[in-house]
Design a protein around this ligand. Structure first.
Ligand SMILES: [Fe+2]
Ligand SMILES: [Fe+2]
Length: 192
C-alpha cells in the first residue's frame, strides 16, 4: 500500500518515525534501558529471577536424573530426561537475557536458589519416583507460567511472548512425563 497521508491518518496509534527517532535519542542520553516499558520493570525483574531459579532447578534435576536413572527400560527414559535438561537450559538462557535487557542482573547464585524457585529439587528413589517428581515440577511450572502470561498481558508483550514460548514446552514436558508414568506404572498417578 502506498504511504499516503490517507493511510497514515487511518492508523493514528502509530507514532511517526521522526518522533520515534527523537524519543530514542533523548532516552539514550538519559540512560534509560527500556524507556517505553509499560510495566513495572523492577517487579518484572523480580518475577523473572524466580522463573530463572525455577528453570535452573529444572536443569539440575533433569540432568541428575538423566545420569542416575537405572533399571529395566531406563535408557529411553534417560534420553528423554537429557532432552528435557537441554530444553530447560534454553529457557535459562532466554529468561536471563530478558532480565539483562530490562536492566537487571540475572541471579545465578546457588545460595538461595531453591527458595527463589517455584519448583523443588527432588531426586526420587527410583525411575518411577523420578518421573513422578518431574511431572509434579512441570505442573507447578505450567500453573505458574499461565498466571504470568495473564499478569504481563499487554503491559509487557515481549516478556509475555517469551513466557508463552516456554509454557508450550513445559506443557509438552508434563505430557511426556505423564505418558512415561502411565507406561511404567500402567496408570496415571496424578489426575490432570
Ligand atoms: Fe523450562
Ligand atoms: Fe520443563
Amino acid at each position: 500500500m502506498p504511504d499516503t497521508d490517507k493511510t497514515r491518518a487511518a492508523k493514528p496509534f502509530l507514532t511517526d518515525v521522526k518522533t520515534l527517532r527523537e524519543r530514542a535519542r533523548r532516552h539514550l542520553e538519559s540512560g534509560d534501558v527500556m524507556p517505553s516499558y509499560m510495566g513495572d520493570a523492577g517487579k518484572t525483574i523480580e518475577i523473572l529471577q524466580s522463573v530463572l531459579a525455577t528453570e535452573i532447578v529444572c536443569v539440575l534435576r533433569y540432568t541428575m536424573h538423566s545420569i542416575a536413572a537405572t533399571g529395566i527400560s531406563s535408557e529411553g527414559v534417560k534420553a528423554e530426561f537429557a532432552q528435557h535438561a537441554k530444553e530447560e537450559r534454553e529457557h535459562v538462557g532466554a529468561v536471563a537475557e530478558r532480565i539483562n535487557q530490562l536492566g537487571g542482573r540475572p541471579n545465578f547464585n546457588p545460595e538461595g536458589l531453591l527458595s527463589r524457585s517455584a519448583s523443588e529439587y527432588a531426586e526420587g528413589e527410583n525411575l518411577v519416583d523420578m518421573i513422578r517428581e518431574n511431572l509434579i515440577a512441570e505442573r507447578i511450572a505450567v500453573d505458574h507460567y499461565r498466571e504470568l502470561v495473564r499478569y504481563f498481558g499487554d503491559d509487557d508483550p515481549a516478556t509475555r511472548v517469551m513466557i508463552e514460548g516456554i509454557l508450550v514446552v513445559e506443557e509438552e514436558h508434563a505430557n511426556d512425563m505423564h505418558d512415561l508414568l502411565v507406561a511404567h506404572e500402567g496408570r496415571p498417578m496424578l489426575k490432570r
